[in-house]
Write a protein that binds this ligand. Structure first.
Ligand code: ADP
Ligand code: MG
Length: 268
């Protein structure tokens, strides 16, 4: 296998991340002992941005894998590919990360089947190894390698959950939507709108979050608020922006849309 270029995975610009609690210090301490970390929280609340920020802060390459149920262990570990000269082994992203000493971020790991998830086991205990069974190689993880997974506890069902034997290999940090004050700051910064507009978008989101479990599966995420703000900063009329970015993605139920549109019209 040819040398992998480590620099392509480095984050050279500081990502904007607004800390909401002790998470930066906790992560740094965990990274210091190379503890595998699980980031728990709803979609669009800042988990991915946090990992990007931490990888930049620690000066480590970051390799992200979006997990899905069709993913096999080979998609993580690697496989033999056919080419004109015969077969050639190609490392998967997890193997590349283990060799390079990158932070490997498995996003929404619950989506992957359990027989896929178990390949991370030997990497997440004292062994820190990754067996490439088809190739007959045992990769010893680089000393800088760390595994991070994200996990949305709300989607969890008996059919789709991590096994205890997987969960209990990780330290966990809880994420949630930030307080109104901090979220306003984030939306204003990321969306390029004035504080007053960001504040109103956050108020609309709070309305929707209160409807969770009463007709909505999830409330409006910080990500959607940023989208709405970006539309507004591009000159879209605020109500139209909120309908497009906040209400329409969330639900198809006509009554619920009316309720949310009414909230939009109250604040904007
Ligand atoms: N604490 C934060 N600091 C900066 N931006 C944030 C923060 N939380 C959320 N965001 C914004 O929300 C968007 C969605 O966050 P993301 O990290 O992609 O969510 P998740 O990975 O939890 O689904 C980001 O692109 C960013 O604009
Ligand atoms: Mg994410």
């Amino acid at each position: 296998m040819s040398e992998i270029d480590r620099t392509q995975y480095l984050i050279d610009q500081e990502p904007y991340y607004r800390p909401v609690g002790q998470e930066v210090a906790l992560y740094e301490a965990a990274y210091g002992v190379r503890m595998p970390i699980m980031l728990k929280g709803p979609t669009g609340c800042g988990k991915t941005r946090f990992v990007e920020y931490m990888a930049w802060r620690l000066g480590r390459p970051l390799i992200t894998v979006a997990c899905n149920e069709d993913m096999s262990a080979s998609d993580l570990v690697g496989r033999f590919l056919l080419d004109i000269n015969g077969t050639k082994w190609q490392d998967g992203p997890l193997t590349v990360a283990a060799r390079l000493g990158a932070i490997c971020y498995l996003d929404e790991v619950v989506e992957a089947r359990q027989d896929t998830t178990v390949v991370i086991h030997p990497l997440t205990d004292h062994r820190r190894t990754l067996p490439l069974e088809k190739k007959g190689e045992l990769v010893h993880a680089h000393p800088d390698f760390q595994l991070v997974i994200s996990y949305n506890p709300r989607y969890q069902s008996l059919m789709k959950d991590l096994k205890q034997s997987t969960k209990q290999r990780f330290g966990a940090i809880d994420f949630d939507y930030p307080s109104a004050e901090i979220e306003t700051e984030i939306v204003a910064h990321e969306g390029g709108v004035e504080h007053a507009i960001a504040e109103k978008l956050v108020q609309i989101a709070h309305r929707s979050r209160n409807l969770k479990g009463h007709g909505l599966d999830e409330g409006m995420s910080t990500r959607l608020l940023v989208y709405a703000a970006q539309l507004i900063s591009r000159g879209v009329e605020p109500r139209a922006a909120a309908q497009m970015a906040l209400v329409r993605p969330l639900t198809d139920d006509p009554d619920m849309r009316d309720t949310l549109d009414a909230a939009v019209n109250t604040y904007l």
